[in-house]
Design a protein around this ligand. Structure first.
Ligand SMILES: NC(=O)c1ccc[n+]([C@@H]2O[C@H](COP(=O)([O-])OP(=O)(O)OC[C@H]3O[C@@H](n4cnc5c(N)ncnc54)[C@H](O)[C@@H]3O)[C@@H](O)[C@H]2O)c1
Length: 247
């Protein structure tokens, strides 16, 4: 096996039914892993829609510990083990100044974007420690580093993901469970169709490479972090911003 092969590995990707999560699933599968797609919406999650044959599909709400516990038990029962957990599912929440940000929306954004990462680790880590190791990759955002105006809930949640990852990594460093983040900038998706040309241009202007991120570039980085080739890095936040982030 070469060092970037994921042969014999089993991976869970939350929010894997579309967008960045789907691109991560496709890449993990192409690199040899068996892939469990977890999502709150699994309508039409078949080979035709996903572009690859999932090894398991599980409906789950990642904001619920009970839902994650059940989904994890079902996945282990079906696929035998779990080596890789990608905590990717997330929502943006509203666009509003913090003093007008709806309280219920704040709680939902924190639940889906941050609590989910804690719950996923709480459930997966004992299994990984018992089986000799594992890899956890949390999808944060450059918003968690910079703090982006009018998305304070999202920014706070993603900053929380980055700090949680650092803390957990130290706790797990001797257990062969490596936990890292990726921090993407804006990805070019179908959502762009809903944005004004001015907004898209202003966003692009922040990126020194002068273009947006592609979802398959996130998949490639996540797959490498999940592979044996990434062996001495834990608690780190890998950059995917085309030069925008300065730390
Ligand atoms: N798109 C970007 O520009 C961008 C930039 C930086 C970070 N991110 C992060 O990348 C991740 C994926 O974003 P995306 O752009 O692919 O989003 P998306 O909306 O296209 O996909 C998110 C997926 O998560 C699922 N999901 C939502 N809530 C869920 C829940 N409670 N339980 C289970 N599944 C749930 C959705 O059904 C969907 O399939 C998110 O964490 C997001 O914050 C995205």
């Amino acid at each position: 096996m070469n060092q970037t092969s994921l042969a014999d590995k089993v991976a869970i990707v939350t929010g894997g039914a579309r967008g960045i999560g789907l691109a991560i699933c496709q890449r993990l599968k192409a690199d040899g892993a068996r892939v469990a797609v977890w999502d709150i919406n699994i309508d039409g999650c078949d080979v035709h829609h996903l572009g690859f044959a999932p090894d398991y599909v599980q409906q789950v709400d990642v904001s619920s510990l009970g839902s994650i516990e059940q989904a994890f038990a079902n996945t282990v029962e079906t696929l035998g083990r779990v080596d890789i957990l990608v905590n990717n599912a997330g929502i943006n929440g509203p666009i509003a100044p913090c003093w007008e940000y709806p309280v219920e929306a704040w709680e939902r954004v924190l639940a889906v974007d941050l609590n989910s990462v804690f719950y996923g680790c709480r459930v997966a880590v004992p299994h990984m420690r018992k089986h000799g190791g594992g890899r956890i990759i949390n999808v944060a955002s450059v918003a968690g580093k910079e703090g982006v105006q009018f998305i304070s809930g999202y920014s706070a949640a993603k900053a929380g993901v980055i700090a949680f990852t650092k803390a957990a990594a130290k706790e797990l460093a001797k257990d062969n469970v490596l936990i890292n983040c990726v921090a993407p900038a804006m990805v070019e998706t179908e959502l762009f169709a809903e944005m004004s040309a001015e907004h898209i241009q202003a966003s692009k202007a922040k990126i020194p490479m002068g273009r947006f991120l592609q979802a398959d570039e996130v998949g490639a980085m996540v797959s490498w972090i999940a592979s044996p080739a990434c062996s001495f890095t834990t608690g780190f936040t890998f950059d995917l911003t085309g030069g925008r982030a300065t730390y």
